[in-house]
Ligand binder design. Structure first.
Ligand SMILES: Nc1ncnc2c1ncn2[C@@H]1O[C@H](COP(=O)(O)OP(=O)(O)OP(=O)(O)O)[C@@H](O)[C@H]1O
Ligand SMILES: [Mg+2]
Ligand SMILES: [Zn+2]
Length: 330
């Protein structure tokens, strides 16, 4: 997958830190253990000398299977001795080995020239963070989402009170996060301004990011701008398609405030494409909007609305503008 160069650079820095951490920890461990059990250091020298002698005898052309087998046998014996002494003294037998963040690739990021999963995950995390830092660092969390703002009076045309309806939505969102997988459902959050759509979608993005998923949180205007500048802008070091690729590849894409972007043919089709391709690949998207179904239809057309209605779980946010309530109370 193609990411911008700065994402690879950032990943290299993290991989380097992981390697250095493993090395430093190993040195500290060794210093402590050799301090207590100097015999182990002697055994390590002995093991190294067998390896060295074996190499020397081969390079000197004195290839003799028996001699080599001898070195090997004594080396294995010494290694077993080291392990036994470690165990006898209450250490684990691998205490003198390097502890890698990723034992599969030993923190090199590659296995036989193929990128290791750990590096792929890291690249995705960095790409998602670069998009989403502002939103995720706001304080919209499940813990401070209060149901006290919603009335418990059942309205004339509804069966449930706003409080009941919003408590069901809150439970839905929490369950969604707990059961999240890379092919979870799509969600369409609808409702008037100030009812908690952004609050809950940020809370979900935050929890999933914490759980190690690659989440991109983007407002529709921001997304339209980025996609547009990628195609028409002067951003020379960003090869075309990187924004689009990140938006398509992330585990969860949250598009906030759909309908507030500057609408033109290009923004409409680029946003539609992203959503559509993700649906086709089975990757989840959360959209929030304060447009009604009719307004979505007027803005994006029939094709868009029927796709969304068919493929998304609809959450209808109800109540009174919480921004106003908070302002009045402050
Ligand atoms: N249930 C809640 N408990 C506490 N704070 C809330 C709750 N719902 C919303 N808020 C707060 O009220 C403000 C407005 O909410 P939010 O931004 O989520 O509304 P919205 O539905 O996204 O509105 P808009 O359609 O205008 O984008 C935010 O500061 C948010 O943190
Ligand atoms: Mg909002
Ligand atoms: Zn790895």
């Amino acid at each position: 997958m193609g990411y911008p160069k700065k994402i690879y650079d950032e990943a290299d820095i993290v991989m380097n830190e992981r390697r250095n951490k493993a090395k430093t920890e190993l040195e500290l461990n060794r210093a402590e253990i050799y301090g207590k059990l100097p015999v182990l250091q002697e055994l390590e020298y002995e093991i190294a000398s067998y390896a060295l002698n074996a190499v020397k005898s081969v390079t000197a052309g004195e290839f003799n299977r028996e001699v080599l087998e001898g070195y090997k046998k004594r080396s294995v014996e010494a290694q077993n001795k080291v392990k036994n002494i470690l165990i006898e003294n209450g250490y684990s037998p691998d205490s003198l080995d390097e502890k890698y963040y990723c034992p599969k690739c030993e923190d090199t990021g590659y296995i036989d020239g193929v990128m290791c999963e750990c590096k792929q995950k890291l690249l995705k995390e960095i790409a998602c963070k670069m998009f989403s830092t502002d939103a995720i660092s706001s304080d919209c969390r499940f813990e401070n989402f209060s149901l006290d703002y919603y009335s418990s009076q059942v309205g004339e045309n509804s069966k449930l009170s706003p409080k009941k309806q919003m408590s069901m939505i809150l439970e839905y969102c929490k369950a969604y996060v707990n059961n999240f997988s890379k092919n979870s459902k799509n969600i369409l959050m609808m409702g008037a301004t100030g009812l908690g759509k952004t609050h809950l979608s940020v809370a979900m993005a935050y929890e999933l990011t914490k759980n190690g998923f690659g989440v991109i949180y983007c407002s529709a205007p921001d997304m339209a701008r980025k996609l547009e500048s990628e195609y028409f802008g002067k951003n020379v070091d960003a090869p075309k398609g990187e924004t689009e690729q990140s938006l398509l590849e992330c585990d969860l894409l949250v598009i906030d405030d759909l309908g507030t972007e500057f609408i033109n043919k290009y923004s409409q089709s680029s946003i539609y494409n992203i959503i559509n391709i993700r649906i086709n690949m089975g990757r989840p998207t959360i959209i929030s909007t304060n447009l009604s179904a009719q307004e979505l239809h007027n803005t994006y057309g029939m094709r868009f609305v029927s796709r969304i209605i068919g493929e998304f779980d609809k959450l209808n946010f109800v109540g009174t503008d919480i921004r106003q309530i908070k302002k009045r109370n402050s």
